[in-house]
Design a protein around this ligand. Sequence first.
Ligand SMILES: Cc1cc2nc3c(=O)[nH]c(=O)nc-3n(C[C@H](O)[C@H](O)[C@H](O)COP(=O)(O)OP(=O)(O)OC[C@H]3O[C@@H](n4cnc5c(N)ncnc54)[C@H](O)[C@@H]3O)c2cc1C
Length: 250
Amino acid sequence: MEHVRSYYAASANPAPRRAPLEGEATADVCVIGGGIAGCSTALHLAERGYRVVLLEGKRIAWGASGRSGGQAIFGFAAGQDKLEAQVGKETARRMFDVSVEALDLLKDRVARHSIDCDLNWGQLHVAIKPRHETELKAWREELAERYGYDSLRWLARDELRQLLDTERYLGGLYDSRSGHLHPLHYTLGLARAAESPGAPSTKQRNPQAQPREPSSCNRHGAGAAKKSRLLQPKWKSRAKLRARIRQLEL
Ligand SMILES: Cc1cc2nc3c(=O)[nH]c(=O)nc-3n(C[C@H](O)[C@H](O)[C@H](O)COP(=O)(O)OP(=O)(O)OC[C@H]3O[C@@H](n4cnc5c(N)ncnc54)[C@H](O)[C@@H]3O)c2cc1C
């Protein structure tokens, strides 16, 4: 199974093919799915000294993670107002903080594991109408006051033109903390890092994650690693999954 045809697949670094799972394997945790979520979870666990088996049904980074837009931006596409209306102010605030923490985690991981993924920092929300300028400036104030997010800077037309050679925009809100990367390289890099994460930070074991592809697993663990805890993002019972994660003291 090859990665779906895309710019990312065409420009990807060669990635090793991992052997499929034969018979049974024993691990502390079995992670299902080798996208960003699964590979990141496997790395996180391996860094803490857990033995992990990661089962991917097709190829590591085969799903959304290997073909996304690669934008690493603070917050959520829905916007904080919508989130607040749906989950309340406190939870919306926590979600926002998690999104910012994720950017720091990304930066740290790329540096610590030397993940070559064309990571570039800097992102712009641009204004093409005076109304957009007013809205973007108000948004910047709101994010600074209510969420303590203060890395946004308004670039007036002339300053913006020094970055982008176009007269199309009246200005833009520049965020130095957000950026862009090659999502296929990044996900493959996470898998590689999980295989040899270095010394464990909390447990004295021989940490490692073993990605297995193609190897699939159902939600009851059939065909998976033996005597392991199972982390599968698409479990219907999210409460059960949260309880498992709490048990692991992540
Ligand atoms: C076109 C597009 C553009 C996007 N752009 C952005 C963006 O710019 N910025 C951003 O932050 N997000 C973006 N996203 C969203 C982002 O890509 C996803 O939120 C993220 O990649 C999800 O990661 P994941 O690991 O949960 O899922 P996936 O990457 O889909 O990984 C799931 C993996 O699990 C495997 N799998 C499933 N079931 C089993 C099973 N039973 N056994 C074994 N393996 C199994 C699949 O084969 C797959 O490889 C975009 C998404 C799309 C589709």
